[in-house]
Design a protein around this ligand. Structure first.
Ligand SMILES: CNCC(=O)c1nnc(C(C)(C)C)o1
Length: 319
């Protein structure tokens, strides 16, 4: 798969660390780019997806102090795939702990998919700490969004072949509520079943995230450790409705952030987080820049999406 020409070159970190954020959890973070630069924090998707060196490349390293954070249980954070004390609100607190640890006053916040969810919730809780928001593949964790992708009748109509593989580990009489059925197995005591279900769940998501199925992305879903973290943590958050009190929590609190400079980038053919959520966010937040990418699905690695994200980060260099 060709890489977008818009990406900045590969770079190494100048600092990495582990920050103990609770009696149980320690989170991994890293810094790259300009140590004296303008801070930007990258919030990964999933939840449970973790970060990679690729995620540094949306930002001009001469200008930005680029911070990546592996959220609780994801990537290099420990304990791996842990669901204990792992909630949206704990992650928001962790982001603040990291900001204080790094002695940062305000930062640009960048997130796609679940990363957009967390970016929005973090900004609504701490609007005075956010210089700008760059959001991609909007996911607000509403029940309609979960039904579309994880239950029969939505995305299953577009990827019926991949759907048939996703349902295989689940007995037919439990397929009416796939999140519940997967949650039972992903949190069960049968290690072999946990891994098998984690791979099937992760493969469903990885094989539907681009217009053209990307074998590199799909191969990730077959890695036991990554798949267990991605599937267990995602399913835990969805089973618990994002730990939100109301289904439309983010839209109900949009007025807290409408003053913040923001760019929303949405793949027109995003099957994982379909365009309707981004459109709802745009209508509630007309001040934010908004663009549909005509030839893109969910992934940030779609060429047009990558280019638009880099353009947004370049625009916010002057803040
Ligand atoms: C609602 N979950 C989708 C999400 O946040 C996500 N993050 N990364 C991915 C892929 C690994 C499938 C690209 O999806």
């Amino acid at each position: 798969m060709p890489e977008s020409q818009a990406l900045y070159p590969k770079i190494e970190t100048f600092d990495t660390g582990f920050l103990k954020v609770s009696d149980l959890h320690t989170i991994y973070y890293e810094q790259s780019g300009n140590p004296e630069g303008k801070p930007v924090i990258y919030l990964h998707g999933g939840p449970g997806g973790g970060t990679s060196a690729h995620d540094r490349r949306y930002f001009d390293p001469a200008v930005y102090r680029i911070i990546l954070l592996d959220q609780r249980g994801a990537g290099k954070s420990t304990p791996t795939a842990s669901l204990e004390d792992n909630t949206t609100w704990a992650l928001v607190d962790d982001i603040e702990k990291l900001r204080e640890h790094l002695k940062i006053d305000k930062w640009v916040v960048f997130g796609g998919s679940w990363g957009s969810t967390l970016s929005l919730v973090y900004a609504q809780e701490h609007p005075d700490r956010v210089k700008a928001l760059i959001l991609r593949g909007i996911f607000m964790l509403r029940q309609s969004e979960l039904r579309w992708f994880y239950e029969h009748g939505g995305a299953s109509n577009i990827f019926p072949d991949a759907w048939d593989e996703y349902v295989k580990p689940i007995p037919e009489d439990e397929r009416g509520n796939m999140i519940n059925a997967y949650h039972k197995r992903l949190t069960g005591s049968d290690e072999e079943e946990r891994v098998r279900c984690a791979k099937a769940w992760s493969t469903w998501e990885c094989s539907t995230s681009k217009l053209y199925v990307d074998p590199v992305e799909v191969a990730k879903a077959s890695e036991d450790i990554w798949a267990l973290a991605f599937a267990r943590i995602e399913c835990h958050y969805f089973y618990n409705k994002g730990f939100f009190k109301t289904d439309a929590h983010i839209l109900e609190n949009i007025d807290k952030i409408r003053h913040i400079p923001a760019t929303i980038v949405q793949g027109r053919y995003d099957v994982v987080c379909p365009a309707t959520s981004a459109w709802d966010l745009h209508k509630a937040w007309p001040e934010a820049q908004f663009e549909f990418m005509a030839d893109a699905g969910h992934s940030a690695k779609e060429l047009a999406t990558t280019a638009r994200l880099v353009k947004a980060a370049d625009e916010y260099k002057t803040l």
